[in-house]
Design a protein around this ligand. Structure first.
Ligand code: BES
Ligand code: MN
Ligand code: MN
Length: 454
């Protein structure tokens, strides 16, 4: 019945998603402020049409939050669906094979910014809701909270959650904003890394200088910054900041073995990225390096002359953006402090260093022994014919730890993307198969979760 409904309405579902994907809701870019709002309004309209009792735009100090609910029966469990309708900037535009906000289907995949992260995945929940309303299958109360600032650090979500505790009361948070191992090996994400994101600025002389007149005698901030960044890893791929690993939760041999049982093909991995060799912290596998180990990466670096041709200049300043992915039990604020102290300490006297924390979030692990996890697992078994493997993802969704802290709620991370979907990159895409089977699995989750409680 549900399969038939999804198949019959397939084209309309896709048309509606395409309309959402055409709205360039880039939260980081103030020129798109009105578009971000437009995407929120579109979701409100579609939630109402699907049968929500209430669907509204909630104003915040930044972009609005979409809230909707359908309360069928107070005796039934309540699921709070979280997602985000904002997207990453599409740059660099010239690397897209079709324009980022003009969705197209190629090889059964939808190409557009936000196709997977997270509009396509959010839209599965709207259509699962619509299907359950239409077929009278809803066995849970549903609440939706879809924000427009996830890609810029969810600055206003914390306040919203604190101010609306009663409205957000639920039994579990359900999120589709992560990836599967593959379409033949379903998985449920049970861990996400945290994040500390900083900007550093190194200042040498009070102005740009002629690199012939002064070069060799005055410190060059770019040379120095590069050396400082390079020194943050040792020859074993370990981060050199004192105290950085002090609180890192070490997994038991059994846990590591379980994690490494997930299928991983090194050849395919390298081929897909066009790299000859992988790298990383000595003593850990690739799955461990991205799942349970903390990292430090330079995300951007600039300074001096970068225009056409040559300009012989010894720059006054050099800057970089640095992200650190954190694992349990590291904390964003502590790591930011350790970084700042260390980075300043390794700077030579010839330069001044400024460190600014931009944003961050705490790591999260979700339980595998909860009723909600069991319902998600049964949903996959029913629809995919396979038991999903619990996995640790390397990305961050900082609000997962916030929900636990503020609402006391655990999250089920039932994502349907693939690591190869190019999220945050040019040519982001999302498989139509993932979208369709995702809707079916979400509906099955409600069926099982509605059954298991009380
Ligand atoms: N959906 C991603 C996070 C993600 C992707 C988790 C793939 C697991 C697998 C989310 O939209 C995201 O991009 N988060 C940011 C953090 C945020 C604070 C900007 C990230 O991970 O960089
Ligand atoms: Mn996302
Ligand atoms: Mn993202």
């Amino acid at each position: 019945m549900i399969k038939e409904y999804i198949q019959t309405n397939r084209q309309r579902f896709l048309d509606e998603l395409f309309e959402l994907l055409r709205i360039p809701s880039v939260s980081a870019d103030s020129r798109h402020k009105a578009d971000v709002r437009k995407a929120a309004e579109y979701l409100v309209q579609k939630l109402k049409a699907a049968g929500a009792d209430k669907a509204t735009l909630c104003e915040t100090a930044g972009h609005p939050i979409v809230y909707a609910e359908k309360l069928v029966n107070p005796a039934l469990p309540t699921v709070l669906v979280y997602g985000h309708y904002d997207v990453q900037p599409p740059d660099p535009l010239n690397l897209w094979t079709s324009p980022p906000f003009e969705p197209v289907v190629k090889d059964e995949k939808i190409y557009a910014r936000g196709a997977c992260d997270d509009k396509g995945q959010v839209y599965m929940h709207l259509k699962a809701f619509e299907a359950m309303m239409h077929l009278n299958l809803l066995t849970c109360n549903i609440k939706f909270m879809i924000e427009g600032e996830e890609e810029v650090g969810s600055d206003n979500l914390g306040t919203f959650v604190k101010e609306n505790r009663a409205m957000l009361k639920a039994d579990v948070i359900l999120i589709s904003d992560t990836s599967l191992i593959s379409l033949s090996t379903p998985s449920i994400t049970v861990g996400l890394r945290g994040l500390s994101y900083l900007e550093v600025e190194v200042t040498g002389p009070n102005r740009d200088l002629h690199s012939g007149v002064y070069g060799g005698a005055v410190a060059n901030p770019i040379n120095i910054l590069s050396k400082m960044i390079a020194s943050l890893h040792d020859e074993n791929g370990r981060i050199t900041i004192p105290g950085f690993y002090d609180k890192v939760a070490e997994l038991t041999a059994n846990e590591r073995e379980a994690l490494n049982r997930a299928p991983f093909q090194l050849d395919t991995y390298k081929k897909e990225l066009a790299i000859a060799e992988i790298q990383g912290e000595k003593g850990y596998t690739t799955l461990e390096r991205t799942g349970i180990r903390p990292t430090l990466d330079c995300n951007g670096i600039w300074g001096g002359y970068t225009g056409e041709g040559a300009k012989t200049v010894l720059p006054s300043k050099a800057s970089a953006k640095i992200s650190m992915r954190l694992v349990p039990n590291q904390s964003n604020h502590e790591i930011t402090e350790l970084f700042t102290k260390h980075f300043k300490s390794i700077a030579p006297n010839s330069v001044k260093v400024k460190v600014t924390a931009l944003h961050g979030g705490e790591p999260a692990v979700t339980p595998t022994n909860s009723r909600a996890y069991a319902a998600a697992s049964s949903a996959f078994e029913e629809v995919w014919g396979k038991t999903p493997i619990p996995t640790r993802d390397g990305g961050s969704i900082p609000i997962v730890s916030l929900f636990k802290k503020e609402l006391g709620l655990d999250t089920v991370l039932m994502g349907f993307g693939l690591d190869s979907d190019a999220i945050h990159s040019p040519n982001e895409h999302y498989g139509i198969k993932n979208f369709m089977v995702g809707i079916e699995t979400i509906v099955a989750f409600y069926k099982h979760f509605g059954k298991v409680v009380n």
